[in-house]
Design a protein around this ligand. Structure first.
Ligand SMILES: *Cc1c(COP(=O)(O)O)cnc(C)c1O
Length: 397
């Protein structure tokens, strides 16, 4: 007879989304019902919208939806395009593929700029593709800033530079769902026309709220867009007091968001990004150490593209990532991310974004190493020491 092991203590949640919710955000979310037109709520609401604009680094309109990141993906597409429009999606991995599939579902022509999932897209190829499109058939370039499935960042500044260098008028749509609040993002400076974001990753909230920033150029495209839309339609939203949300506003999430924005700004966005960079580097040093004895290795082969919010760890041939993940969860109460689509069973992912510090990272890495041992996966032992050395050095300044 097998008995289920009871695991005490806090679960170490090392998923790249959802992420840990800070205690003060949890308390803020536990708010009694309030009329969403109550002046007390409107003050909170307007403050949160202003805070989100500071985090997106934009002065443009933002539109919010009761729905996860997928709702904001859909809003970005249906609000600016018409049937048959062509988009160029820069391949990054699972999430770029799924955004492209969604575009196809809406009758859009989703062209892909192909890329190696371990090395990332080539900006020279992007420039060449845009330069070759002399008829300007491509209405938009779509980019995923942080590919959560592979642990790689795509430079939005370089994507913008490719559009500028070729004088191509395409809109720039950017998915910041797993980067906003963890990696630097500058909507206006980088000329992003639609920025797509969600609540449950770097913003440290429960799932269920997503939003898009929209530039004046995106609003102009919206005025002539003919894809069917209603609940997500920006011009419908603009007629309402909240300039967002058709229907009931999820008030409790706004109390949470008010607190998470306060936390991010109290620490300072640049300090938040530096903390993510530091913890990410500790994870990478540990994984590099493990790889020494034919062990698991970094999936990302291009150090210029390392993501500071998630690391995908590639298993040695013949070993199942899911087995390691199950041991970590069921024996040690550490929750890791699984491999997505074609990376299923091949990688596990360590999420290191949001409400996270050194002991949580060190505990997670030590436990993953214990799980590798239990699973009989070869590795160079003592990877956590490489992380300890790096974090100690960083703290000595
Ligand atoms: C999580 C994620 C999504 C999907 O968001 P949901 O909130 O799960 O709908 C899209 N893109 C990226 C890069 C993500 O990390």
């Amino acid at each position: 007879m097998t008995t289920t092991r009871i695991l005490r203590g806090r679960q170490f949640f090392a998923n790249p989304g959802p992420t840990n919710i800070p205690d003060s955000v949890l308390k803020a979310v536990a708010h009694v019902s309030i009329d969403f037109n109550d002046p007390a709520f409107l003050t909170v609401y307007d403050g949160v919208v202003a805070g989100l604009k500071r985090i997106l680094k934009t002065r443009h309109d933002i539109f919010l939806y009761t729905g996860s990141g997928h709702a904001a993906w859909e809003a970005a597409l249906v609000n600016v395009f018409s049937p048959g429009d062509a988009l160029l999606i820069i391949e990054t991995g699972h999430f770029s593929e799924n955004w492209a599939k969604m575009a196809q579902d809406f009758g859009l022509e989703a062209r892909t700029l192909p890329a190696d999932w371990r090395r990332g897209a080539d900006f020279a190829a992007l420039r060449a593709t845009l330069a070759a499109d002399t008829a300007h058939a491509i209405k938009a370039v779509c980019a995923v800033q942080n590919e959560t499935a592979t642990g790689m960042e795509l430079s939005i500044a370089e994507t913008r530079a490719a559009l500028d260098a070729t004088g191509h008028p395409a809109l720039l749509l950017v998915d910041t769902i797993s980067s906003l609040g963890s990696l630097d993002f500058r909507m206006d400076e980088w000329g992003v026309d639609v920025a797509v974001a969600g609540s449950q990753k770097g913003l440290m909230l429960p799932t269920g709220l997503s939003f898009t920033g929209a530039s004046p150029k995106a609003m102009a495209a919206h005025a002539t867009s003919t894809l069917p839309k209603s609940y997500l339609k920006w011009s419908n939203m603009l007629t309402r007091r909240h300039k967002s949300f058709i229907g009931t506003v999820p008030t409790s999430l706004f109390y949470g968001l008010e607190e998470s924005i306060r936390l991010l700004e109290e620490e300072g966005l640049d300090a938040v990004f530096a903390r993510h960079a530091r913890l990410a580097e500790a994870v990478r040093r540990c994984v590099r150490h493990w790889s020494g004895n034919n062990g698991p290795s970094l999936f990302c082969e291009n150090p210029d593209r390392f993501s500071n919010s998630v690391t995908a760890v590639l298993m040695p041939e013949g070993h199942d990532a899911e087995a390691v993940r199950k041991i970590a969860l069921n024996s040690f109460n550490v929750s890791l991310g699984s491999g997505l689509s074609r990376l299923g069973g091949k990688v596990f992912r360590i999420g290191h974004l949001g409400d996270l510090n050194e002991p949580m990272i060190l505990g997670t890495l030590a436990t993953v190493e214990a799980s590798l041992r239990v699973a009989g996966v070869p590795h160079a032992s003592g990877g956590v020491n490489a992380a300890i050395e790096y974090l100690a050095e960083a703290a000595s300044g």
